[in-house]
Design a protein around this ligand. Structure first.
Ligand code: ADP
Ligand code: MG
Ligand code: MG
Length: 251
């Protein structure tokens, strides 16, 4: 069975339908890019998969490892292996990043029936991963994302991914607000997590990110639907010709 199956998904926000029957299948080991203009519903899709409140699913279904994802609480989804790196990572003042990482990791391990990591093992892992991402230890003492630059927030999301080892990583506009060096470092961190067991959904507006994280499949979203799917060459075609042709097709 597929890792993730989104079937004819319809979603409303504040009584307005945003996703109008979206279908997407992602298998283990695959990297899918979702491209589309602002307002096409990319973040809405990622939020609904992660279980962010405020969205009403009015039709369709989402299966993850064959189970009904929409029946699960957000923390159950995380424990099952769904991870969303937010377009706008939230700040959590008063909770040191290190404590947040440890609590979240242990909660997930517990939900999977695994033992907690010992303090030395946890610290060793965090140090290794944060060093590879160029995250200073001092940053981990600060409140989660509090006073982090755009690039630091995105690297902190990749750090979480590397620690939690999810089966499905959804990256929502990881490239927004990143300069070229930060983008390269974050992308290398993401590429290091590619594996035959893990799948990724990379959401982006621009082709540039896909020079760094090369997808197996590209989907174009317009007005709440996938309007075209193809291989990685589709991203280059979009870069050359723009989204307008697909917006007309969706209208
Ligand atoms: P994208 O990520 O592709 O830019 P979004 O999923 O953020 O698109 O938004 C899709 C559409 O849904 C937009 O028209 C946006 O204004 C609307 N939308 C998203 N979230 C809300 C919300 N909380 N309240 C009202 N409208 C929303
Ligand atoms: Mg947007
Ligand atoms: Mg968005």
């Amino acid at each position: 069975a597929a890792l993730l199956e989104v079937k004819d998904l319809q979603v409303s926000v504040a009584d307005r339908e945003i996703l109008h029957g979206l279908t997407l299948t992602v298998n283990q080991g695959e990297v899918h890019a979702i491209m589309g203009p602002n307002g096409s519903g990319k973040s809405t899709l990622s939020h609904v998969i992660a279980g962010k409140p405020g969205y009403e699913v009015t039709g369709g279904q989402i299966l993850f490892k064959g189970e009904d994802l929409l029946e699960m609480e957000p923390n159950e989804r995380a424990a099952k292996g769904v991870f969303l790196a937010f377009q706008y990572p939230v700040e959590i003042p008063g909770v040191a990043t290190m404590n947040f990482l440890r609590t979240a990791l242990n909660a997930q391990r517990k939900a999977r029936g695994e033992d907690e990591l010992s303090t030395p093992d946890f610290l060793k892992r965090v140090r290794e991963v944060s060093a590879s991402l160029g995250i200073p230890q001092e940053m981990l003492k600060r409140g989660v994302n509090v006073g982090f630059s755009g690039g630091e927030k995105k690297r902190n999301e990749v750090l979480q991914m590397a620690l939690f080892q999810p089966s499905l990583c959804i990256l929502d506009e990881m490239d927004s607000g990143l300069d070229i060096d930060a983008l390269r470092i974050a992308s290398e961190g993401v590429n290091a997590l590619r594996s035959p067991e893990r799948a990724m959904v990379v959401i982006t507006h621009y082709q540039r990110l896909l020079d760094y994280i090369v997808p197996d499949y590209v989907h174009v979203m317009s007005k709440g639907k996938v309007v075209k799917s193809g291989g990685k060459e589709l991203a280059l075609e979009l870069e050359a010709n723009g989204y307008a042709q697909y917006q007309e097709a969706a209208a």
